[in-house]
Design a protein around this ligand. Structure first.
Ligand code: ATP
Ligand code: MG
Length: 554
């Protein structure tokens, strides 16, 4: 894909650290480095937020500094305690601990006092233009705006009205507090932006204490300054807001004010990264909830089986830059494969099972075959897997009329059954409808794996499950959440979830909710934390084994 971009090196460069290095050299903030992660509690965090979390917390760690978790809860309408709790869980799960946990709404009093100061200085005024008029007065990118007729009202009058706004004497939309900056500024954000608005709304933290609420652009610099933040890292869309950030702190005469630094937000192919869109999927019932394993939320990725290590590795690899780009989701998938490769045990599981009968194997015999738990890591030991006359193999491992270079089971071919014997397929028995009923095979007793047999070679090795002891499990095979339709628009993938029944070796009965495995030759799976109970085993496919990630083609 031409729009996609991936990193050149495993740990990409970080221009923000270069800025901090310079600031330390000039002692701009002495030796202090203080960052913050400031989510608005209006939804669950997603992988884009993980990039910001990793950046803020690891930057603080790198410089022996501090990092706050601050809820940017200045908008009462969309915020909720459920979100506050989920954010904390997610940050901790990623492996970070904040210096302080704070709420921007705790500073409403200070913010009010600061607004009074601006009014007294003649730097803010109460404006009674209607929203429509205000829009008209704002001007456009090519035309300057017009000054509000309320702009030069005496400070005392603005103060009186501002207090009345606070006392709840005016309805929503009747008036706002605006900064007095420059209606002709080429930067529209500087054309007397709104600082406070009336909203007769309860707030999840301050209840009904306030009926006026500060705007983000006014509140954020004050929040940072109160906490002694040195480097206020945010995403690129705030670049044009930086002059306002600086204006607020300068007019408030804040000593040693923090500086805002912008970086490019993370975009990923085949998914969507806006809380608003994700909330709509949840509210419409298109997904099971914020933690649906298809969701790019941290909660969804966790339930899907992603590890914090994989997500942090991903964030390291994509690096931090000033240029917007879209990262291919295959890089994220590569990171989880890399992380699980040497961590999890393997199990034999067959999908779309086909019955195999070994006609020359004794009817009442069962052998225990020793199979290694992870072939990359011998220290992970082995387990015993029962083998007997009737087995299941994977639907993909048999072709009646084999295509070219197909080395697995077909009539007349011999393959190795992994960890067991060489088996020859002699005949495919069919059902009346023409489907395969069972395969009649024979084994060669001389070829027992681990029994010193090093004789002839076969081209195919396949896995199997003993029919008598097979455990039926449910697999939830996930595909990408979003795909492009014929018009090139992003739509929710109608094929994002396939539920499959499969047979597993008996050891799967011990799988605990949240436990991860490699299903041999298929992929990595996790026992779903919500749906796995007792003998009911439901596995989420974390990622398949095939990689479309090609490091050399970056
Ligand atoms: P959304 O648009 O998904 O609602 P947001 O920016 O409104 O996201 P906030 O809760 O305000 O969400 O974000 C908290 C922090 O996370 C901010 O500093 C924001 O810049 C950062 N952030 C949000 N999305 C991304 C992203 N895709 N990549 C990097 N950082 C992000
Ligand atoms: Mg936001």
């Amino acid at each position: 894909m031409s729009e996609t971009k991936a990193p050149e090196s495993p740990v990409a460069s970080n221009f923000i650290h270069n800025i901090i290095d310079k600031d330390l050299e000039t002692q701009k903030y002495g030796n202090k480095v203080y960052t913050r992660f400031p989510p608005e509690p209006n939804g669950y965090l997603h992988i884009g937020h993980a990039k910001s979390i990793c950046l803020n917390f690891t930057t603080a760690e790198k410089y022996n500094g501090f990092c706050n978790l601050r809820y940017d809860d200045t908008n009462p309408v969309k915020e909720d305690v459920e979100y506050v709790d989920s954010i904390e869980e997610d940050v901790k799960w990623l492996g970070f601990m904040w210096t302080k946990r704070l709420f921007a709404s705790d500073y409403f009093g200070t913010m009010f006092d600061c607004a009074v100061k601006l009014i007294e200085k003649g730097k803010a005024y109460v404006c009674q233009l209607t929203p429509e008029e205000m829009k008209e007065y704002r001007g456009t990118l090519t035309e300057p705006g017009k000054e509000s007729p309320y702009r030069n009202r005496p400070a005392a009058e603005s103060l009186k009205l501002f207090n009345e706004m606070k006392e709840g004497l005016h309805p929503e939309g009747a008036m706002v507090l605006r900064a007095k900056i420059d209606m002709a500024s080429p930067n529209i954000n500087m054309r007397d932006p709104i600082l406070y608005r009336i909203a007769h709304q309860s707030h999840h933290n301050t209840g009904d204490d306030w009926c006026i609420y500060p705007m983000y652009d006014y509140a954020h610099p004050i929040e940072d300054a109160i906490e002694g933040i040195t480097h206020s890292i945010c995403t690129l869309e705030f670049e044009d807001h930086r002059p306002l950030y600086d204006w607020v702190l300068q007019e408030l005469e804040w000593p040693n004010p923090p500086q805002q630094i912008e970086f490019a937000r993370l975009n990923l192919t085949n998914t969507v990264m806006s809380k608003r869109y994700l909330k709509a999927l949840v509210d419409n019932g298109d997904v099971e909830g914020w933690d649906d394993p298809r969701m790019p939320t941290i909660a969804g990725l966790r339930r899907r089986g992603y590890t914090p290590e994989a997500i942090r590795d991903f964030c390291d690899r994509i690096g931090v830059s000033k240029a917007n780009s879209t990262v291919d989701i295959s890089l994220l998938e590569h990171c989880i494969r890399e992380d699980l490769k040497e961590k999890v045990q393997s199990r034999n599981v067959v999908e779309n099972p086909i019955k195999v009968i070994i006609t020359n194997y004794p009817e009442d015999q069962t052998e225990e075959m020793e199979i290694e738990n992870n072939k990359e890591v011998p220290e992970m030991g082995s387990r015993m897997v029962p083998f007997s006359r009737e087995l299941y193999v994977d639907g993909e491992d048999f072709q009646e009329f084999p295509e070219k270079k197909y080395f697995r089971l077909f009539p007349g071919n011999e393959v190795r059954f992994k960890g067991a014997y060489f088996i020859t397929c002699n005949e495919a028995v069919k059902n009346p409808d023409g489907s395969i009923k069972e395969l009649l095979c024979t084994y060669d007793p001389e070829t027992r794996s681990g029994g010193g047999f090093e004789g002839r070679k076969v081209k195919g090795t396949i896995h199997w499950v003993d029919a008598k002891t097979a455990v039926e499990i449910t697999i939830r095979a996930y595909n990408h959440l979003m795909v492009k339709n014929e018009e090139g628009e992003n739509i929710m993938n109608p094929d994002s979830l396939n539920t499959i029944k499969a047979f597993a070796e008996p050891a799967i009965l011990d799988a605990q909710p949240g436990e991860r495995f490699q299903f041999f030759r298929h992929g990595y799976y996790i026992a779903d934390a919500k749906l796995t109970a007792g003998t009911d085993k439901v596995f989420n496919r974390i990622v398949d084994l095939k990689s479309s990630y090609k490091p050399n083609q970056l």
